[in-house]
Design a protein around this ligand. Structure first.
Ligand code: AHM
Ligand code: MG
Length: 338
């Protein structure tokens, strides 16, 4: 790609606003600020041990998970970058107990930003891909202020969603509801360059991603589905399957976006208070929106993820997403069990 042919994220967003009318000026600013924050996080990630950013922070989040230093750093970077711009009413994060309302000293906008600041925390210290996932909602109604209830909107109401993968390349994937675009960070210039547009997930696949060590905890339909995949070409699915599991949702979803596949973090019996590991608002909804915009499907196994009306901020859900034919196959196994 010659320098003249390069389209930066700023130009892409201005064209989305001006020519296609897909986004408002406020939403454009919001996405630019999030992308800038991701660049900042990428710098910390790249420093690793030299930046003293590895290891635990000595604290736990609301879900009782030990926070890594980078979880805390990434959360702070996103809040500090976004709170003063006038485009947001509030923010919610996997790493914060409750919402962060934009302080009174700054103007309030109509959008709300939700994020998993550092996804794949168990991979931070071992130099494997990790990422940031974000979701944007619009405040309904014009009353001043914002409360937790304003955030409890179904995923289909998202105005934008994206993720950034900090891997061999730093990649930003974005949807504003008009397909999925991919930007690669040019580290020398410090700019995001459009490297793929209108990404489509192949509908058929022979690759699944699941943490097999949890098999004994799964529900019966998931167990039967994986059993049949493992039976290969001679089994009921009639084809051989390959398995991949990075244990960073961003990396697993990015592989699926690039070459197809199905990702499962199913319902399991380990903790009766939670129906799955992944969080609806910070993980399942933004990834579900992106996957659907790329022609794939995102389901709990029995219900479209983007239709779920949240009842709490940190709600967890079972997640099955990726290539359309394969997600439908998983749903059939669940249907048959009912
Ligand atoms: P995190 O947000 O605390 O990093 O947890 C979410 C991650 C996902 O990225 C990944 O798919 C999953 O947890 C991995 O779970 P497991 O440790 O069971 O393999
Ligand atoms: Mg996560």
């Amino acid at each position: 790609m010659s320098t003249a042919q390069r389209i930066s994220l700023s130009r892409y967003l201005i064209e989305q606003q001006r020519e296609h009318g897909h986004i408002s000026a406020e939403l454009r600013l919001l996405i630019e600020v999030v992308a800038r924050a991701c660049k900042h996080i990428a710098v910390s990630v790249n420093k690793g041990a030299l930046g003293e950013v590895l290891g635990t922070a000595g604290s736990a989040n609301i879900q009782g998970e030990v926070q890594k230093k980078l979880d805390v750093i990434a959360n702070e970077v996103l809040i500090e970058a976004n709170e003063w711009g006038g485009h947001l009413a509030g923010m919610a994060s996997e790493e914060m107990d409750t919402i962060h309302v934009v302080p009174n000293r700054y103007p309030q906008g109509e959008y709300m930003l939700l994020f998993d600041p550092l996804d794949g925390s168990s991979n931070i210290d071992i130099n494997v891909s990790i990422g940031t996932i974000f979701s944007v909602l619009r405040k309904v109604g014009h009353a001043r202020g914002v409360s937790e209830a304003d955030f409890l909107q179904p995923g289909k109401a998202q105005a934008a969603a994206g993720y950034c993968v900090y891997g061999p390349q730093t990649t930003l994937v974005l949807t504003v509801g008009d397909g999925v675009s991919v930007f690669t960070l040019d580290r020398e210039l410090g700019s995001w360059i459009l490297t793929a547009e209108n990404v489509q997930i192949p509908p058929a696949t022979q690759e699944f991603a699941i943490n097999m060590s949890n098999m004994r905890h799964w529900d019966e339909p998931t167990r039967r589905y994986i059993h049949d995949c493992l039976a290969g070409a001679d089994g009921p699915r009639g084809k051989d399957f390959n398995m991949r599991w990075v244990a960073s949702m961003v990396a697993d979803v990015h592989r699926i976006l690039t070459r197809g596949g199905v990702f499962l973090y199913p319902w399991d019996t380990r903790d009766p208070t939670r129906p799955g590991k992944l969080r609806l608002m910070y993980e399942a909804n933004p990834m579900g929106f992106i996957v659907e915009q790329a022609g794939g499907l995102a389901s709990t196994g029995t219900q479209r993820i983007l239709d779920i009306v949240p009842t709490e901020l940190h709600q967890r859900v079972p997640v099955v997403l990726g290539s359309r034919d394969e997600v439908e196959a998983v749903m059939r196994y669940h249907d048959q069990a009912q």
